[in-house]
Design a protein around this ligand. Structure first.
Ligand code: GAR
Length: 198
């Protein structure tokens, strides 16, 4: 049974979907929810499920990423996670932090990578006139929103969509895709999961 640490910065709907999935015959369990924001909604969701939480605000570190990451590593070490899932974690982690997690850290990103790394992915898909959009789960490497793709889910862009309606439809798929990928990954299978919205 793999031990999973979840990192989130906001509402944590993806973390919630992962926590909900990690029961029964699922080959992993949520052992920690970490957030960099003490007001993040994900904390309540973790507490409701009895998953331990840790908070480390990045702001007092004033841009000293190395110091923040050293403290972060110290905070999470006792949980002895096998896999780290970024689930709406909005801080960039440097190569120094990532090194010990190589091949063990996943991220969900709201675009069909390699399209639209970074922010504002839904608006960028609309601005480009894309007929389809979606989300990706990938292994984390130092390059932002890059790394081997472990799964993708597609949605069609509908007439009249704006960034909010599109984001909401993609999010529904995120909640299906991430648990499906983690289930495979935790079992040692890196074959990409491909989902098509029905
Ligand atoms: C999700 O759409 C996730 O894909 C995105 O933030 C949202 C978090 O929602 N992540 C990124 O943009 C990472 N760069 P959630 O807190 O409800 O899971």
């Amino acid at each position: 049974m793999k031990r999973v640490a979840l990192f989130a910065s906001g509402g944590g709907s993806n973390a919630e979907a992962l926590m909900a999935a990690m029961e029964g015959d699922f080959p992993a369990r949520a052992r920690l929810v970490f957030t960099n924001d003490a007001t993040a909604g994900v904390l309540e969701k973790a507490e409701a499920r009895g998953v331990p939480t840790e908070v480390l605000d990045h702001k007092p570190f004033k841009g000293d990423r190395a110091a923040f990451e050293a403290e972060l590593q110290r905070v999470i070490a006792p949980y002895e996670a096998d896999i780290l899932c970024l689930a709406g974690f909005m801080r960039v982690l440097t190569a120094g932090f990532l090194a010990p997690w190589e091949g063990r850290m996943l991220n969900i990103h709201p675009s069909l990578l390699p399209k639209y790394r970074g922010l504002h992915t839904h608006q960028r898909a609309l601005d480009a006139g894309d007929a389809e959009h979606g989300c990706s789960v990938h292994e984390v490497i130092p390059e932002l929103d890059a790394g081997p793709i472990l799964g993708q889910a597609r949605v069609s862009v509908q007439p009249g969509d704006d960034a909010a309606t599109l984001a909401a439809r993609v999010l529904v798929q995120e909640h299906k895709l991430y648990p499906a990928v983690l289930r495979r990954f935790a079992a040692g299978d890196r074959t990409p999961v491909i989902l098509d919205a029905t």
